[in-house]
Every structure is written in structure tokens, then in C-alpha cells.
Write a protein that binds this ligand. Structure first.
Ligand SMILES: C[S@@+](CC[C@H](N)C(=O)[O-])C[C@H]1O[C@@H](n2cnc3c(N)ncnc32)[C@H](O)[C@@H]1O
Length: 448
């Protein structure tokens, strides 16, 4: 049985590396519906463990391998990473099992020479373990990069922006498992009652710190199979994302434009704030993603959302000065999501940030034109890159002086470590706030 779990992990990792698949989607695709909890957890741990620790695992392999990492066949390298991960991080797995199962995978997926190479590398690592696991590197960027397995460009960028201690803690937190958060659907139930219902089913639950609708689930196994989920009493959403609608704080009968809205996490939350009265125009560039908004709305009992296929890079003359609130939940580099999707570390390139920034600015500028005077614009991203966040907003305000930042500290449940809220924006970080890395700014379009 365990052989299969390792082989499934190998297939998933290859799919992520070769095809750029998202880890969560690849995992769900490969998990048979009848897989037991132990096997599922084992595969999950290997996939995430290998993605999170890739540079450190490669560094260990390089200590004993005669072949340079870049020259190792990609499948053999992945088999080695899986083997080394078990030896170094999974105490319950006997070394013999880690070696034998890796050798079996090498036999199945490669040729004879590779089999003895995999066997030799893993046995050498076990033998020399006491001397090769400590990282004896003085340079801070190199040290953090290997110890917490983040690409050097990312570490350097963050040290320049946030300092060394901050970067080290951030990288450490990026390798920790995020807790599952759910959002109460206040159209159907209040948070306290939902908490009691789920507690009675054996879930360990606490309340989110900043978001008023959020609950943190310690043991979320099969939570989407519960009646409570099927009846639409809650939806899955990180606390950081819940804050977007909380900070927007729209009321009944407003007109809202959500310009990049799929799969609808924030749009459906906005509808809750509007008590399902008024009108939301929810747009996205992908039709298949708009369908997800409809599915989510149906489950949650929301009928004020009109989905529209529209490219936010284009200006829609029909919407000029029409809306009370606009949300720009911009496509971004996603560097705040590394805890959930560690493959971002390996798939994202530094050059991408420049291109993404240009697109974000055009989307923001177009979206701002849809607001009535006195309207509110919310700009959010799931990245910690200031170039895509506060620097972008400051540039925008300089060039569009009818806009100003609007403070919102009174809308948060707690003000701890979130002091900039009174100035009209917040930056969230996994190691400080326990949320995804995230940015939210609130802008007021002044009455002329
Ligand atoms: C951060 S996600 C939005 C998440 C969504 N607001 C939620 O809470 O569920 C960004 C979205 O922008 C969409 N997108 C990317 N480029 C776009 C464009 N040019 N026009 C409209 N939507 C775009 C993507 O398809 C993606 O669904």
C-alpha cells in the first residue's frame, strides 16, 4: 500500500514540475475517492514536504552525489528527493523502507544504472547523516535560501525590503501548514450557532482574530462532506480574504462592480454584507471560472450576482461612474500563498513581477472610472510584494488625485500588528498575522 502512496506522490510532483500544475488541484485529481485517511496524509506530506524543502533536499543530495544536481535525470532527482525527505523529516518511516521503496520506483521509472545510483546516494546520506545535515554557510542570503528552501532572488528581494530577521521568520512560516479557515454565511446562520453545530460533530474550532465571520478548524478532515457545508452555512476562505469585504463594508441596495471576481469568494461575501439586496456585477476573463461563482452563489443562497465575461484590461464605457463600490482583487505574483502552494517558489520568476505590475495598474485605472463620486474602491492582492501593493497605490493616487486612502481600523475585530489600517491599507504576513500574505487598500473617490 505504501508503495502506491509514494508512487502517487511521484506522479503528482512530476505533474507540478513539468506541467506547472497547482499542488492542491494535482493532489485532489490523484487521490482516489476510496483512499483511506492514513494513505492520503502520507502522500500529502511527501508532496508538500518535497516542494517546501526542495533546495535543502538538493543540497543534501549534492553532498554525496557524484552527478551534479542539474545533470540528474528529473525523474530520478524527484525519486531521490522523496527518499531523502523520508530519511530526514519523517521519523516514523524506517530508513530501510525509504531506501527500498525509492529503489523500486527507480526500477519502474528508469534504467539499471539509476537503480544502483539511487541506492548508493540514499545509503550514503544515512551513513553520513550526522555530518551532512547542518548548513555551514556564512552568507545570509545563501543560508536562508537553503535552510528554508526559497529561491535566492526571493530571499534577496525580501531582505532588501523587510530586513534579515523578518525574512528568516517569513520563510520559516511559509513552510508551515496553514490552518483551514471557514467563513460563516450570515444569510443563513450566525457564527456562534455554526461553531456549536460543527463542534458537536467533533471539529475543534476557534474564532479568527481580525475577521468577524471567520472560524479556524484544527481538524478539517472531510468538512466539505458535512450537511452544514452542503446547506451553504459556510464556505472555505482564508481570513485575509474575508477582510476584503469586511473593509469594503457595503450596504443593502448598492451597485458593486467586482472586476476580477472568480471563483467568487469575495463577491459572495460582499453579497452577505448587502443582505442579498442590490446588484453585483462580477466579471472575469475565464468563462469556466465564472461558472464557479454561479455554483457558489446557488449553494450560499445568493441571487444578486450577475456574472459577465469581460477583460478588465479593457475600459467598459457603459459602466463609467455607475457603481458605489468597486473591487479590484488583482491577479498578482501570489507570493503570499506559498504556505498553500509551495510550487510558487519554483514556478514564479522575478521578471514576472514587472509584467504583472503593468497589468495591475491598467486594471486599477479602468476600474477606478466605474465609481460614482464619493464611491469606494478596494484594491487587494495575495502577495507581499510592495511594488504590487502600497507602491502601486501611491503611484495611482499621485496620478489620480481625486482618490485618497480612507482609514478603516474601526472595521477590524482586532488592531494588533495592523497599525496601518487607520491610514487606509494593511499588509498581512503568515509569520505575524497567521494569515496568507495579503494586501488591502481602501480608496475614496472624492466628490468634485
Ligand atoms: C485573485 S483572483 C480573484 C479571486 C476572487 N476575487 C475571489 O475572491 O474568489 C484574480 C482573478 O482575476 C482573473 N483575471 C486575470 N486577468 C484578468 C483580466 N484581464 N480581466 C478579468 N479578470 C482577469 C483571474 O481569472 C482570476 O480569477
Amino acid at each position: 500500500m505504501e508503495k502506491n502512496t509514494r508512487e502517487v506522490a511521484l506522479k503528482i510532483l512530476i505533474e507540478i514540475n513539468k506541467k506547472g500544475a497547482y499542488s492542491n488541484i494535482a493532489l485532489n485529481k490523484h487521490m482516489a475517492s476510496n483512499i483511506n485517511k492514513l494513505d492520503e496524509n502520507f502522500t500529502r506530506e511527501i508532496v508538500y514536504g518535497v516542494l517546501e524543502n526542495r533546495l535543502y533536499l538538493d543540497w543534501i543530495i549534492s553532498k554525496v552525489s557524484k552527478i551534479k544536481i542539474k545533470k540528474i535525470d528529473p525523474i530520478i532527482l524527484e525519486i531521490l528527493r522523496i527518499g531523502v525527505y523520508q530519511i530526514v523529516f519523517m521519523e516514523k518511516v524506517p530508513n530501510s523502507a525509504a531506501v527500498n521503496e525509492s529503489v523500486k520506483l527507480a526500477k519502474k521509472y528508469s534504467h539499471k544504472g539509476s537503480v544502483s545510483y539511487v541506492n548508493g546516494v540514499l545509503r550514503n546520506i544515512i551513513r553520513k547523516r550526522a555530518n551532512i545535515l547542518d548548513i555551514d554557510i556564512k552568507n545570509t542570503i545563501d543560508y536562508i535560501s537553503i535552510k528554508y528552501s526559497h529561491p535566492k532572488w526571493m530571499v534577496k528581494r525580501w531582505i532588501d525590503e523587510f530586513g534579515e530577521d523578518f525574512t528568516l521568520e517569513l520563510c520559516k512560516a511559509n513552510n508551515e501548514k496553514p490552518k483551514l479557515n471557514i467563513r460563516t454565511n450570515r444569510l443563513k446562520i450566525d457564527r456562534e450557532t455554526l461553531k456549536k453545530l460543527l463542534k458537536a460533530k467533533g471539529y475543534n474550532i476557534s474564532e479568527t482574530k481580525y475577521a468577524s465571520d471567520g472560524l479556524i478548524i484544527e481538524n478539517p478532515y472531510k468538512i466539505t462532506n458535512t450537511d452544514e457545508f452542503k446547506k451553504g452555512l459556510f464556505t472555505i476562505q482564508d481570513e485575509s480574504s474575508m477582510l476584503v469585504s469586511q473593509i469594503m463594508d457595503p450596504g443593502k441596495n448598492n451597485i458593486i462592480v467586482d472586476i476580477c471576481s472568480a471563483p467568487g469568494g469575495k463577491t459572495t461575501h460582499i453579497a452577505q454584507y448587502m443582505e442579498n439586496q442590490g446588484r453585483i456585477i462580477a466579471r472575469d476573463i475565464y468563462d469556466h471560472k465564472l461558472k464557479l461563482i454561479k455554483e457558489n452563489s446557488n449553494r450560499l443562497g445568493i441571487d444578486i450576482i450577475n456574472t459577465e465575461l469581460f477583460d478588465a484590461l479593457k475600459l467598459d464605457e457603459k459602466l463609467l461612474s455607475k457603481s458605489d463600490y468597486v473591487l479590484v482583487d488583482a491577479p498578482c505574483s501570489g507570493l503570499g500563498l506559498i504556505r498553500r502552494r509551495p510550487e510558487i517558489k519554483w514556478n514564479r520568476k522575478e521578471d514576472d513581477i514587472e509584467k504583472i505590475k503593468e497589468m495591475q495598474y491598467i486594471i486599477l485605472r479602468n476600474a477606478s472610472k466605474y465609481l460614482k463620486p464619493g464611491g469606494i474602491l478596494i484594491y487587494s492582492t495575495c502577495t507581499i510584494e510592495r511594488e504590487e501593493n502600497i507602491n502601486m497605490i501611491r503611484n495611482f493616487i499621485t496620478e489620480n488625485n481625486e482618490f485618497q486612502l480612507a482609514g478603516f481600523d474601526h472595521l477590524l475585530e482586532s488592531k494588533k500588528n495592523i497599525e496601518t489600517a487607520e491610514k487606509g491599507y494593511i499588509e498581512l504576513f503568515p509569520h505575524i498575522h497567521g494569515t496568507d500574505g495579503f494586501f488591502i487598500a481602501k480608496l475614496l473617490k472624492k466628490n468634485k
